[in-house]
Design a protein around this ligand. Structure first.
Ligand SMILES: *[C@@H]1O[C@H](CO)[C@@H](O)[C@H](O)[C@H]1NC(C)=O
Ligand SMILES: *[C@@H]1O[C@H](CO)[C@@H](O)[C@H](O)[C@H]1NC(C)=O
Ligand SMILES: *[C@@H]1O[C@H](CO)[C@@H](O)[C@H](O)[C@H]1NC(C)=O
Ligand SMILES: *[C@@H]1O[C@H](CO)[C@@H](O)[C@H](O)[C@H]1NC(C)=O
Ligand SMILES: *[C@@H]1O[C@H](CO)[C@@H](O)[C@H](O)[C@H]1NC(C)=O
Ligand SMILES: [Fe+2]
Length: 503
């Protein structure tokens, strides 16, 4: 297979007008029997997908459009030629082989994808992670390639922070990343949301361009910054957390759309009983380095006029997936400062709040994000500062299973069942899953705060001391202070963590 780079070498050596396609990736539209196929060429070319039921019989052909994207605003900017094709009317539960390109400029190798998840009422196994990068991600990517080639997952969701950074080196880092994920992204839909590392000072233009197929064919909003799609039992909603951090984007429009989309999803809950939101930054998290990620930055998303927490609570969203922390954390069901605990920490039965899962451990060159043995949210159930990614499996309307591999599986897994049903159904399953009846919600609010403390942050492999006094002081509840030990530059010091009782 030719890469863009070997092609450029060839083109530099010989006069050459070829534009071999690379960076092939596909997306789901939310309509069964449809896929969007996207790729990039270095020069203008026709936009054709040839496909069929065997590699030697690519008997069908579909055409799409080419758009162009300038990789920077400098005079040295390159032009990427982006190609997107909608395939529709595909047979369900089938394998399709395909290649992309055109007969003048050249064809890609032959890839294939499956349409098994398009069959209604089929369990859906999705891999979810964030924060990957082109360096320090080989181990994760090798595992992903193995899993995807073996057919263990039908779709990938990457919750932001792709290449570190797509826009670097005039977009060459973005090209490298898209080629590194091609073995998985050409095989299963690669669904995405935007992270802070995609902020290129040009309205996230690299991200918007490279996943343009989603904007064109999946998103009713016509933008891949916020959109939704259904897969069987699940309604997935993607949005941009970055709009909350001064990027001049249309936060009010996004919020109005989120409200409308979630209201519609609730009305459709008989068809898609599970509602899952994903964005890049967490609203509840416990990491103590990289301040103020889990204090004021999380609060920015959680509270205020565009509160994500309010949306999750109002529409009973089942799970909010995020990343940004280079670690893994699972919360108890928690909304607006109240949380619920279950006797079996791996089985939540009819949770009344949203489960937060922070899975940002796919590699990336910035080191892991760490936890403290004392400083963690009272709503936090499980934490691991190790690399890994997770499997989301919606078995049916009542059973959802999540499994994160810890230290890429070397230290086992952390898993969670979410089970919904009436008393009769739950009693039937109690035996199988070995859980006692659910207790009442814990009557406390979450205004836990990081009292004045120091911690050691890890940046680019170096340890840096940071001092924080970012308490969430606005809580009106009584404060119960518990003492514990925290870290301060190599030695343990006494610190305070506040837990607040709600009246
Ligand atoms: C990671 O994988 C890519 C693609 O296979 C390879 O080019 C690169 O050298 C690898 N990096 C390391 C550090 O192994
Ligand atoms: C950024 O992109 C979005 C989606 O394409 C668009 O709606 C918005 O107007 C853009 N914002 C700016 C400041 O260009
Ligand atoms: C937002 O837009 C204003 C007015 O166009 C500009 O002055 C400001 O620098 C922008 N801020 C950011 C963070 O882009
Ligand atoms: C739903 O899936 C769970 C887990 O696989 C299974 O135990 C249960 O019987 C299923 N329920 C239905 C109605 O099929
Ligand atoms: C509980 O659910 C089962 C299976 O969906 C149904 O047959 C039964 O009538 C329900 N029971 C109640 C009390 O709603
Ligand atoms: Fe991030």
């Amino acid at each position: 297979m030719f890469s863009r780079f070997s092609l450029l070498v060839l083109c530099a050596t010989f006069a050459c007008v070829a534009a071999l396609p690379d960076q092939v990736h596909i997306a789901i539209t939310g309509n069964p029997g449809e896929r969007v196929v996207s790729w990039v060429t270095a020069y203008t070319a026709d936009t054709i997908v040839q496909y069929g039921s065997s590699a030697s019989a690519l008997t069908q052909e579909a055409k799409g459009d080419e758009t162009t994207y300038r990789t920077s605003t400098t005079l040295l900017a390159r032009t990427l030629h982006l190609h997107d094709v909608l395939l529709s009317g595909l047979q369900l539960n089938s394998r399709y082989y395909y290649r992309v390109g055109d007969s003048v400029s050249g064809w890609s190798e032959v890839f294939y994808f499956d349409t098994k998840i398009d069959v209604p009422n089929t369990p859906v196994d999705i891999i979810i992670y964030g924060d990957m990068g082109v360096s320090n991600s080989n181990q994760t990517r090798d595992l992903l390639v193995d899993e995807i080639q073996a057919g263990f997952s039908s779709l990938i969701i990457h919750t932001g922070d792709f290449a570190y950074n797509m826009q670097d080196a005039d977009g060459v880092v973005g090209d490298t990343f898209m080629n590194l994920i091609q073995p998985i992204a050409a095989r299963v839909p690669y669904m995405v949301c935007v992270g802070n590392h995609e902020n290129d000072g040009r309205n996230f233009s690299q991200y918007q361009a490279r996943f343009n197929g989603i904007s064109r064919y999946t998103a009713t909003t016509k933008t891949n910054l916020y959109y939704s799609f259904n897969v069987n039992y699940v309604h997935f909603v993607a949005f941009s957390t970055e709009m909350y951090y001064n990027t001049n984007q249309t936060i009010a429009e996004q919020y109005a759309w989120l409200e409308a989309d979630l209201a519609q999803a609730v009305a459709n809950r008989d068809k898609q009983p599970w509602i899952v939101l994903f964005g890049h930054r967490p609203i509840y998290c416990s990491n103590v380095d990289d301040m103020p990620d889990c204090s004021s930055d999380a609060r920015t998303l959680r509270e205020g006029p565009y509160s994500i927490d309010n949306l999750l609570a109002k529409y009973n969203v089942d799970i909010f997936y995020s990343a940004h922390e280079h670690s893994y954390e699972l919360t108890w069901p928690v909304s607006k400062g109240q949380w619920q605990e279950f006797p079996n920490p791996n089985v939540y039965v009819n949770p009344i709040y949203t489960v937060n899962i922070i899975a940002g451990a796919a590699g990336c060159p910035e080191d892991l994000s760490y936890f403290d043995s004392v400083f963690y949210g009272p709503w936090s159930n499980y934490r691991s500062a190790s690399y890994g990614y997770g499997h989301f499996m919606a078995h049916n309307a009542t059973h959802l299973h999540w499994t994160q591999n810890i230290a890429e599986g070397a230290e086992g897994t952390n898993d969670l069942w979410i089970i919904k049903g009436n008393a009769t159904e739950v009693a039937e399953h109690a035996h199988n899953f070995g859980f006692p009846p659910s207790p009442a919600p814990v009557d406390e609010c979450d205004e836990y705060c990081f009292a004045t403390c120091s911690s050691v942050a890890h940046r680019q492999g170096k340890s840096v001391e940071e001092t924080h006094t970012s308490c969430g002081a606005s809580c009106n509840c009584d404060t119960r202070v518990s003492a514990g030990k925290g870290h301060e530059i190599g030695k343990k010091v006494r610190v305070e963590r506040s837990r607040i009782l709600r009246h």
